[in-house]
Design a binder for this molecule. Structure first.
Ligand code: AMO
Length: 427
């Protein structure tokens, strides 16, 4: 077995490495046999490189199935092909793991495959640099979110994903047998993050959440990643500001990663300030478009699409009717029919929602009851409210949806490695 340790990635080969002995590793993308010489294009995670193989190794190079894993050693020389400034004149060439032929999809992207077929072979799909660029950007985006929140004093936490009662009310819960009890998959970290403000003041969590969504849309998954924050002694305008800083941090991080230019990064302009529109202003704008919605009705998909035509980028919809919001949302002090709540939109698409929370246990119990929920089912949560619960606010941001918007993807499944929906439980 050949030594598998490389000295260089493709991106490290350049004029400055000419005449150096190098060892590279990757997957065979193309083979051109021109008689005495065989040109092999090998791709690693950083890019493509060209091998020039002659002599004894030429036969093996010629016969290598496309996408096999190989290592090769040789000397760097000036390239003759226009695509490669340098190439490697190979002295040793080893096929480590041959790939099958034919492959289920063409990972070079020259032959297009449907998203479904690509998802069925996701690891192979990632050899397409346009696809891997999305996930490199996603990683950079997560890094930016963490940095922005830590900088503002938020402590990263991990709360359970196996829970004993609903966090967002009863709908869309996945339940299962948990050692003879009923267990559920967390829909959000809502109750935990609120409780944690008691001792940690400002917390955030980035984690997977689960919703039994039977809606077949380009924006719903049954498992999605959410960025959640919760902060003590602040109101909803304060946490909207935090959300703005997070969106801007991700956008700035994307700008730094021009090397991922293969990814279809959308040309977003991120305003310094994200505009705010109240729910009632939305109703007025919709009425002007001929769509009459009465106060208290939710904004349907078609209404949101109309609003999205007027407001193409990021904007907040604030001050929703209290009855439309979950039990934990705080009403406005001067008008209890309206709540201190917001959604962050990108056009028609909801990216985040949040607000100030009810911290008065008596009012919280009444809200649970008025929404048809039994306060005794929330006793574990409610007890924390007797221990000096601070007024607090927070939000949850759908990270997959944010990545969809930032990369210009048309389907959330494009930016999720192994999406889960009602039709897809594998791979
Ligand atoms: P909400 O239910 O609005 O709020 O969820 C927050 C954000 O999570 C994303 N999201 C989803 N993404 C993909 N597929 C889904 N099925 C899905 N469901 C939700 C959306 C949404 O805006 N606890 C509150 C947040 C809070 O108030 O802090 C909550 O869960 O982008």
């Amino acid at each position: 077995m050949a030594d598998i340790h490389r000295t260089h990635y493709a991106s490290q080969l350049g004029e400055n490495t000419i005449d150096q002995q190098v060892k590279v590793a990757g997957w065979v993308e193309d083979i051109r046999d021109i008689g005495k010489l065989v040109f092999v294009t090998v791709r690693d995670v950083t890019g493509a490189m060209q091998l020039v193989v002659t002599g004894n190794a030429a036969q093996s190079a010629k016969e290598t199935p496309r996408q096999s894993a190989v290592v090769a050693s040789g000397t760097v020389q000036k390239g003759k092909a226009k695509d490669f400034a340098v190439e490697i004149k190979v002295s040793e060439y080893n096929v480590l793991t041959p790939a099958v032929n034919p492959l289920p999809i063409d990972p070079t992207g020259r032959v297009e495959s449907s998203l479904d077929k690509r998802l069925d072979c996701r690891p192979l799909d990632l050899r397409n640099p346009k696809v891997s660029a999305i996930f490199k950007l996603r990683s950079a985006g997560l890094h930016a979110v963490r940095a922005a929140l830590r900088e503002q004093g938020f402590i990263e936490v991990n709360t359970p994903k196996i829970i004993g009662s609903a966090s967002e009310g009863g709908a869309n819960l996945f339940g299962f047998d948990y050692f003879k009890k009923k267990g559920f998959l967390a829909q959000s970290p809502q109750l935990y993050k609120e409780q944690l403000t008691l001792g940690l003041d400002r917390v955030f969590e980035i984690g997977p959440y689960f919703r039994a969504e039977n809606s077949h849309t380009v924006r719903h998954l049954s498992e999605f990643i959410s960025v959640d924050i919760e902060a003590a002694f602040v109101d909803y305008t304060d946490v909207m500001y935090v959300l703005e800083t997070v969106i801007r941090a991700v956008a700035l991080e994307f700008e730094k990663h021009k090397e991922y230019a293969q990814a279809p990064v959308s040309q977003l302009s991120i305003p310094d300030k994200i505009s705010k529109l109240t729910y009632e202003q939305c109703l007025e704008q919709l009425a002007a478009e001929g769509e009459n919605i009465k106060f208290g009705d939710d904004l349907s998909d078609s209404s949101l699409r109309k609003l999205g035509e007027i407001h193409k980028g990021f904007y907040f919809i604030t001050d929703w009717p209290t009855d439309l919001k979950p039990f934990y949302i705080h009403e406005k002090l001067d008008n209890p029919k309206v709540s201190e709540s917001f959604d962050l939109q990108f056009g028609y698409l909801e990216l985040a929602s949040g607000g100030r929370r009810q911290h008065d246990p008596t009012k919280l119990k009444a809200r649970l009851q008025s929404q048809g929920l039994n306060p005794s089912g929330f006793s574990e949560h409610l007890k924390a409210f007797d221990w000096g619960m601070p007024p607090h606010s927070g939000w949850g941001l759908g990270f997959d949806r944010l990545m969809m918007v930032m990369t210009g993807a048309q389907n959330v499944r494009d930016v999720v490695l192994y999406p889960r929906d009602s039709n897809r439980l594998t791979p």
